[in-house]
Design a protein around this ligand. Structure first.
Ligand code: DSN
Length: 414
């Protein structure tokens, strides 16, 4: 077996990370556990190869086999999402989004995207990003009852005539009406872009609406509900293919990470199997049941619940801040992240909310029958957030439950 156990510093830290993943409930909605095949591809010899360019048109010799790998990744992605054109080279979600902007926009162009605190993403025009300096992002918000405000999008679109309308979110829990967005965009002559990073696996499995047939361009990461390696991907109409390819390379990136592309191909192959449809159904069922169980325990769920894999919760109604809840849950063996909520009066380092999701615990093997217990632990940890003994005893119970679902049982770094 190939190993780096001779590098004791890294090996020990890696073993510690493996144990952390094994012994806790991983509930950050953007994380997951890849298959052993995906893990093996990431550590494969494909990492040695430079392959700037695209399959069949490379700037380096020796790309014969890499071309096979990348072509399979592209074909599988096309089949999964019904895409006309796919570029699998973006290193991750943010570079994928920036490559799309560079391909399809001119400096100063107006883009409509959702406000971060209402569920959007930093790369959708938050003022701290580079893209926000280059383009004129207008940010729409959700309504008071917690749905996307399509009427606001429509009126902002009519008033400002954006070059692009952007949907797809990282903390929004409801289904998206892509057809309605496409109609608004057609009326004002805007391009349509969806960032499906969070829900790509649910879309691939047919569990949520698919924007790919309707939209000009769709970006995603491959490591969230899609359960692949950390990485990005762009899907688009054939008409944009050339501009997108050029923008990824040489516009933004150099050599593609072919080990990651091999891992993407394997993950897409897994997502094409019938078992993946069952997995996606279970993710949603777990999220819905957890939402119901937390609501019974008087938690305040934003957007009135969930249609997808994630929950956004206002923990201020429980007398704690998002950061306090995150720290307490961590001590109880449950990993979530603090998160802004719509119109949050608090700041991003200690907001009013937490965000959690079910993709990783579903991969682990938990089902709806486990969700009342998970909700009970979350409730107890937050109520007793200043009681280390209580938090430790929850962590012990968590550890007992997850040990029934082994994670990478043969893996060992030290
Ligand atoms: N950082 C990711 C998330 O957690 O949602 C999005 O890029």
């Amino acid at each position: 077996m190939m190993t780096f156990s001779h590098d004791t510093e890294i090996a020990q830290a890696m073993q510690n990370e493996l144990e952390r993943q094994r012994h806790g409930l991983e509930m950050i909605p953007s994380e997951n556990f890849v298959s052993e095949a995906v893990l093996a591809a990431l550590g494969s010899v494909a990492t040695n190869k430079y392959a700037e360019g695209l399959p069949g048109k490379r700037y380096y010799g020796g790309c014969l086999h890499i071309d096979v790998i990348e072509s399979i990744a592209i074909e599988r992605a096309k089949k999964l999402f019904g895409a006309e054109h796919v570029n699998v080279q973006p290193h991750s979600g943010a570079p994928a989004n920036n490559a799309v902007y560079a391909a399809l926009l001119q400096s100063g162009d107006t883009v409509l995207g959702m406000d971060l605190s209402h569920g959007g993403h930093l790369t959708h025009g938050h003022p701290v990003t580079d893209a926000a300096k280059r383009y004129n992002f207008l940010r729409y918000k959700t309504t008071a009852d917690g749905t996307i405000d399509y009427e606001e999008i429509e009126s902002l679109a009519r008033e400002h005539k954006p070059k692009m309308i952007l949907v797809g979110y990282s903390a929004y829990t409801r289904e998206i009406d892509y057809a309605r967005i496409a109609t608004i965009a057609a009326e004002v002559g805007a391009l349509t872009m969806a960032d499906i990073a969070h829900i790509a696996g649910l879309i691939a499995a047919g569990e949520m609406n698919n924007p790919v047939p309707l939209f000009d361009v769709v970006t995603t990461t491959t490591h969230k509900t899609l359960r692949g390696p950390r990485g990005g991907m762009i899907m688009c109409k054939e008409i944009h293919a050339k501009a997108i390819n050029k923008s990824v390379f040489p516009g933004m990136q150099g050599g593609p990470h072919e080990n990651t592309i091999a891992a993407k191909a394997i993950a897409f192959g897994e997502a094409l199997q019938p078992e993946f449809k069952e997995y996606a159904k279970r993710i949603r069922a777990n999220a819905k049941t957890l939402a119901d169980e937390l609501t019974k325990r008087e938690f305040t769920l934003l957007f009135g619940g969930t249609d997808n894999h994630l929950l956004l919760i206002d923990v201020s109604t429980k007398g704690v801040t998002g950061a306090q809840a995150e720290v307490a849950l961590d001590a109880a063996g449950i990993t979530v992240n603090k998160n802004m909520i719509p119109n949050d009066p608090r700041g991003p380092m200690d907001p009013s909310g937490i965000r959690m999701g079910t993709p990783a615990i579903t991969t682990r093997g938990l089902n709806v029958e486990h969700m009342p217990l998970v909700a009970e632990w979350i409730d107890r940890a937050i109520q007793h957030h200043t009681d280390p003994a209580m938090l430790r005893s929850i962590a012990d119970d968590v550890r007992k439950l997850v040990s029934e679902f082994p994670l990478y049982p043969d893996l060992k770094y030290v």
